[in-house]
Design a protein around this ligand. Structure first.
Ligand code: HEM
Length: 403
């Protein structure tokens, strides 16, 4: 496809203390309420944070005013596709990718996903306890991706390594904890490994096509355009980031909630038919991806609520705050699995709305269904009631469950 220009806006990363003051990871909802009451926009010299739902939707829906061509600092050497591409180029990529992740395609994965979820549960069910984060949540989405890529399970350690190298560099080098230079080094090295790993896979699939997404990328054609090898690598780099941790993190947030709210847990165990709406409500309440990739104002802009954003200023939007907004939900601080109208934006909004939402929903629903079918009665393991939500995407470290 038409090569990407490589320039992207170099956005300064928000300081960690600032993020910590805005995002309360363990119980973010009360903090969102305060920020929403306080005009819903926090501006520093370098960056603006939007908490107000209307402003947030405006930023996400007006891609001509707010570009997502920003530097990600994730070890990638080119923009990620399609996240760092603005329309019209973006529309071409989505036209090609959307059918591959459409609901019907994902429905066809039902049997494979169910088998994989049960295989993981088999490994610990007789123990009466598990580290849910390590024994299930971190493994399941990577195993699902191995299936989509037509790769054997012995590639799993490599997948976990790639994911950790970019998103949890301290797991690769303990010195990376809180040290931005070491983080950058780990990510740079891992970025190279990711390009090489998927580069080899593309070459192999070109020689021996299979029933997998790389083969489909190679065959895909939009208006006469084909994906180049670099395009495929830039898509796969994004998948490692966007498709693995997000589901793992959601699972840990969901199970931490259910383990500490027995009434909600019982509703799912007793009536599996509510699982689809329970998944939507837990996505809304937990909003595991609390904020999006910053968008950079392409000119001076006045937001719907009247605040001014100068050209070149990055704006980071909070999906989490938008998901507890009074007007949109009526009773946003109640977690109700029978909520009928649930316009949450946990998957984002506008043209960059999550490509993998149908896959993610299926992974989340299957896990809730299979887990509660086999382990309906569980809670936090005694002695492990203190839950740790580290910075980054919302997730629970070492969620210890017992039954
Ligand atoms: C519960 C799990 C997930 C959540 C909460 C989630 C959330 C999001 C959000 C909020 C965005 C918008 C980012 C932005 O506009 O800045 C996004 C985009 C994206 N997600 Fe997901 N995601 C999940 C799972 C997945 C999965 C399984 C895949 C695998 C295919 C995936 C692939 C993508 C891609 C490729 C984009 C960029 C789309 C574009 O730029 O057009 N996501 N996701």
């Amino acid at each position: 496809m038409s090569g990407l220009e490589s320039e992207v806006a170099a956005v300064a990363l928000p300081r960690e203390e600032l993020l910590a003051s805005l995002y309360e990871m363990a119980k973010p909802q009360p903090r969102y309420r305060e920020l929403l009451a306080d005009h819903g926009l926090v501006q520093t010299e370098a960056v603006a944070f939007s908490f107000d739902r209307e402003n947030t939707q405006f930023v996400l829906r007006n891609h001509d005013l707010f570009s997502s061509r920003v530097e990600m600092h994730l070890g990638n050497v080119r923009p990620l596709i399609p996240l760092n591409v603005d329309p019209p180029g973006h529309s071409k990529y989505r036209k090609l990718l959307d059918p591959m992740f459409a609901p019907r395609r994902m429905e066809a994965q039902e049997g494979d996903l169910t088998k994989r979820a049960n295989k993981l549960i088999d490994a610990f069910i007789d123990r009466g306890e598990c580290n849910f984060t390590e024994d299930f949540a971190e493994l399941f989405p990577s195993m699902v991706f191995l299936g989509l890529l037509g790769l054997p399970e012995d590639e799993l350690p490599m997948f976990l390594r790639m994911r950790n190298g970019i998103l949890h560099p301290e797991k690769i080098d303990p010195n990376a904890y809180g040290d931005f230079d070491v983080i950058a080094q780990v990510r740079k090295a891992m970025g190279q490994e990711i390009y090489e790993y998927f580069g080899d896979l593309v070459d192999r699939r070109r020689l021996e096509p299979g029933d997998d997404i790389i083969t489909r990328f190679l065959d895909a054609d939009v208006d006469g355009d084909k994906l180049s090898k670099e395009d495929i690598l830039d898509i796969m780099f994004l998948f490692v980031i966007a498709g693995l941790d997000t589901v793992s993190d959601s699972l840990t947030c969901f199970f931490a909630y259910l383990a500490t709210h027995p009434n909600h847990r019982r509703q799912i165990a007793q009536d599996p038919a509510i699982i689809p709406s329970a998944v939507e409500e837990l996505l809304r309440w937990e909003t595991p991806v609390p904020s999006g990739v910053p968008r950079v104002a392409t000119r001076d802009v006045t937001l719907p609520k009247g605040q001014k954003i100068a050209a070149g200023c990055p704006v980071s939007v909070s999906y989490g705050a938008a998901d507890v907004e009074q007007e949109a939900f009526g009773d946003p601080f109640e977690v109700r699995f029978d909520r009928e109208d649930n316009p949450h934006i946990a998957f984002g909004a506008g043209v960059h709305r999550c490509l993998g939402s149908h896959l993610a929903r299926r992974e989340l629903r299957i896990t809730l269904r299979e887990w509660h079918r086999r382990i309906p009665d569980y809670g936090l393991k005694p002695g492990h009631e203190e839950l740790e939500y580290p910075p980054g995407l919302r997730h629970v470290k070492d969620l210890m469950l017992s039954w």
